[in-house]
Write a protein that binds this ligand. Structure first.
Ligand code: PNS
Length: 162
């Protein structure tokens, strides 16, 4: 029997931030493998395509051998089942995250009893950080190099210089 612990870290990652990368890194130290799963959501107009986001995350996690990057559509718990994962990993930044995250964890539990959501407290230096904050700053040409992995800084500025 394969007892390896696989955690799915689902999200939009549009774009990936240093807060996400911190959760991925710490998750990779806790679990045998972490699958970063980019949600393909046709109802949202993203900055980057799913393929581009996957490439960006792969580049930022190249030094983490037990991290895989993939995409999914539909329900996270169904994707987790396909991957043989029983853990959903999420970061919690501030109290305002808690309500949405708890609702999501409880909803997922009603859909699949044996899949657990595990929360990691986001590193305090990134507690204010979100992909939206990055986009807000980048569209006005502000500094984002302290907010996102170095590898993707130029991708983000290029998007707004189009
Ligand atoms: O990075 P985000 O946008 O906060 O991630 C949200 C995400 C992708 C984890 C969430 O929207 C999700 O799991 N969507 C898939 C649909 C689903 O499974 N819904 C049921 C739980 S409410």
């Amino acid at each position: 029997m394969n007892n390896s612990t696989i955690a799915i870290y689902p999200g939009s990652f549009d774009p990936i931030t240093l807060g996400h990368l911190d959760i991925i890194t710490r998750g990779s130290n806790l679990f045998d493998s972490v699958i970063v799963a980019v949600l393909s959501n046709p109802t949202k107009q993203p900055l980057f395509t799913v393929e581009k986001r996957i490439a960006q995350i792969k580049q930022c996690t190249i030094n983490l051998p037990n991290v895989e990057v993939d995409s999914f559509a539909g329900l996270t718990v169904e994707y987790a089942k396909i991957k043989g994962a029983k853990i959903l990993l999420r970061g919690l930044r501030v109290l305002s995250d808690f309500e949405k995250e708890l609702q999501m964890a409880h909803t997922n539990k009603t859909l699949s009893e044996d899949i657990e959501t595990i929360f990691l407290a986001t590193a305090k230096e990134y507690s204010f950080l979100s992909s939206s904050v990055v986009k807000e700053i980048a569209q006005f040409g502000g500094e984002i190099s302290h907010l996102v992995p170095m590898d993707i800084v130029n991708d983000i500025y290029s998007y707004y210089q189009k």
